[in-house]
Design a protein around this ligand. Structure first.
Ligand code: 5AD
Ligand code: SF4
Length: 348
């Protein structure tokens, strides 16, 4: 029996990718192993958001080169075009995430009929309790620091009927937590169904489960969505609403088209409609040109809003993005200092 091992980097979207990769490998009669050394095939689902994950993939390549087992290696997930070239030397196959259905054909060089449809694959869910359902992939927002529009391409929304069928099957099998996933779920649109409508439709699938969604862009968080949320009895009260910075000038440079005041008003509206909501957020410290004063504005907004959890990221320049052309002038130690202050604030 041939065995495969999957290494996952990054976000929930990548967990969802890995579940689809596993399903494809199992259709090829591979069995999963948690032991990398015993694997005949290693699939890496990578994340390019931060340079540190990319560096770890280089580390994996080095290790594989030294191993005498020589397993078959596949790299997929969020891979930048420029890295693809470098990685083709280290991996047997570098496969676009949209093409993972082609893995059997690529490996066996067989005439297996394939389609390009990522959503077509019934995934092998990693958890027995919660399941991730991608509702859209890609992003059209081009936040100046972010590689996602380059690695995942433009937004594509999935058919609502498919999402509902997947939800029904999962709930029937006993899943208690459903996550609707997308880089920007709020811009979901398929035929006449937008995200608020989809949320309500999924909520109304019979059964006992909690409903979550991520990620949300504040600019697309509509009144219609807030209203739909109040009508969804299965909705989890945890909501991630990334602010990224508490300074208007930095937000503008990040190409995040909202001001701190607009964000605060949005939070006010959400809390008024859903008083039990627990907010979390994402922050980037040390964006190019971020002064101490601008950082202090972020500190201020974190205190003011009072998030349950805040994910603090040190800015890391990503080649090809608009911000990579700006001077990365906040020293690493200063980024670390700012990160520490915010972590202490949000953990304390
Ligand atoms: N540097 C640091 N953090 C980043 N993020 C995205 N791109 C970068 C980058 N270049 C963070 C954002 C996003 C989260 C998933 O990762 O805060 O919300
Ligand atoms: Fe990246 Fe911005 Fe799109 Fe989120 S909304 S995936 S941060 S470009």
């Amino acid at each position: 029996m041939k065995k495969y091992h999957v290494i996952i980097f990054g976000c929930q979207m990548n967990i969802s990718d890995a579940e689809r990769v596993s399903a494809v490998l199992e259709s090829m009669k591979y069995k999963n192993t948690t032991n990398i050394n015993g694997a005949d095939l290693i699939a890496v689902v990578m994340c390019s958001i931060r340079q540190s994950a990319v560096d770890r993939v280089y580390g994996i390549i080095e290790k594989l080169k030294k191993s005498n087992k020589k397993p078959l290696t596949i790299l997929t997930g969020c891979v930048l075009k420029k890295d693809k070239r470098a990685f083709t030397d280290g991996f047997d196959y570098v496969i676009d995430i949209k093409d993972i259905k082609k893995i059997p054909a690529i490996i066996k060089k067989s005439k297996t009929k394939t389609t390009d449809d990522y959503f077509d694959i019934t995934p092998k869910y990693a958890s027995r309790n919660s399941a991730y359902i991608p509702i859209m992939t890609g992003c059209n927002n081009f936040c100046s620091y972010c590689v996602v529009p380059y690695t995942r391409g433009r937004e594509i929304s999935r058919q609502a009927e498919e999402i509902v069928t997947e939800t029904k099957n999962l709930v029937k099998t006993g899943y208690k937590e459903i996550w609707l996933l997308g880089q920007n779920v709020n811009s979901y649109k398929n035929k006449q169904i937008n995200f608020p409508k989809l949320l309500k439709i999924v909520n109304d699938v019979p059964g006992d489960f909690k409903l979550n969604f991520t990620s949300s862009h504040p600019k697309d968080f509509s009144d219609e969505l807030i209203d739909a949320m109040t009508k969804c009895d299965k909705l989890s009260m945890d909501l991630n609403l990334p602010i990224q910075s508490g300074d208007d000038e930095i937000l503008k440079k990040m190409n995040r088209p909202y001001t701190v005041t607009q964000y605060k008003n949005l939070v006010k509206k959400i809390r008024k409609a859903l008083p039990k909501i627990r907010l979390s957020t994402d922050i980037i410290v040390g964006f190019p040109g971020e002064t101490r004063k601008q950082f202090n504005n972020t500190l201020k907004i974190l205190k003011e809003i009072g998030y349950g959890v805040a994910f603090i990221n040190k800015y890391s320049a990503r080649a090809g993005t608009a911000a990579a052309k700006m001077k990365d002038d906040v020293p690493w130690v200063e980024k670390k200092r700012r990160e520490k202050i915010l972590i202490e604030l949000t953990n304390g």
